[in-house]
Write a protein that binds this ligand. Structure first.
Ligand SMILES: CC(C)(COP(=O)(O)OP(=O)(O)OC[C@H]1O[C@@H](n2cnc3c(N)ncnc32)[C@H](O)[C@@H]1OP(=O)(O)O)[C@@H](O)C(=O)NCCC(=O)NCCS
Length: 253
């Protein structure tokens, strides 16, 4: 069976076995994102490299080990389909801050996981970062915003009606994480040196970033729909990028 990624912005991607996917490269200006259920267990362990198996062995809890194995296995299988390569033979390089990449490939990707849900985002040529979080009540979100958000983000959050605080906080959090993961610096990048939109129902945008005039000419921030009960965001270093939900993966047979 050949499964083509559906039209952009489709809300309900269908489940497909990863081993049977035929995957064209993402078109210029699009990011494919896959929603992955990493709950079912550690199938696919056979494709992990030695260092990944060592990392898996270091987890204290089976739950976390199994999710890691599931996520890495699906990442390898998906990349293998895009790159026409054997999943086990792919070699990841890591930036000084730990971002996995495949040197020499035009495919750029990033991964995020929250509990038993993972998101894998892929695009061509441009740096990409992704974040997924479970939708949940956040205790003391104004206090957390004081620690992590920029002054204007804090002000805009505090000005919203209280019933919108939680959603606005998670919007801001996932968009900021996606941005720092796209630039690859992770939490080493000061979170108060750039500003994203957060008001529920309003589009995701990078409003400002230190040293960058007119950030929207260089960056796209996108809301993703990972699965019911989860919220996601993606950042791509290119203007006008479209998010294309490519499928839901529940296993790798
Ligand atoms: C990257 C980071 C933001 C991840 O945040 P998180 O919310 O805990 O985790 P997420 O589920 O969203 O993302 C984890 C995935 O992001 C990827 N990742 C790891 N480091 C990354 C980085 N610096 N930038 C982008 N992506 C990264 C990995 O694929 C990882 O998945 P894995 O653990 O299964 O391999 C955070 O761990 C971080 O800041 N790390 C950098 C630490 C650092 O600066 N170290 C300094 C070393 S000198």
């Amino acid at each position: 069976m050949a499964a083509e990624p559906p039209e952009p912005n489709q809300q309900e991607p269908s489940a497909v076995p990863v081993s049977r996917l035929v995957l064209p490269e993402p078109a210029a200006g699009t990011v494919h994102y896959w929603s992955v259920d990493i709950g079912p267990g550690p199938g696919g362990r056979g494709v992990l490299s030695e260092d990944e198996q060592e990392r898996a062995a270091r987890f204290v809890f089976d739950l976390h080990r199994n999710r890691y194995i599931a996520c890495r296995s699906v990442l390898r299988c998906l990349l293998g389909r895009y790159l026409h390569a054997s999943p086990a033979e792919l070699i990841f390089d890591y930036t000084p801050y730990g971002k996995p990449e495949i040197t020499g490939s035009r495919i750029r990707f990033n991964v995020s996981h929250s509990e038993d849900r993972a998101i894998i985002a892929l695009t061509l040529d441009n740096a990409v970062g992704v974040d997924v979080e479970r939708l949940r009540p956040v205790q003391d979100c104004l206090g957390l915003a004081e620690r992590f958000f920029s002054g204007s983000e804090r002000a805009r959050l505090a000005a919203l009606p209280e019933e919108l605080h939680n959603e606005a906080f998670l919007n801001c959090w996932t968009r900021k994480e996606a941005f720092i993961k796209a630039i690859g610096e992770g939490l080493s990048h000061p979170l108060d040196t750039f500003e994203v939109t957060l008001v529920p129902g309003k589009p995701a945008r990078l409003v400002s970033a230190a040293g960058l005039a007119d950030p929207e000419r260089h960056w796209s921030l996108l809301d993703l729909l990972p699965a019911p009960g989860f919220i996601g965001a993606c950042a791509v270093r290119r203007a006008g990028v479209l998010a294309q939900p490519a499928g839901v993966i529940c296993g790798w047979d």
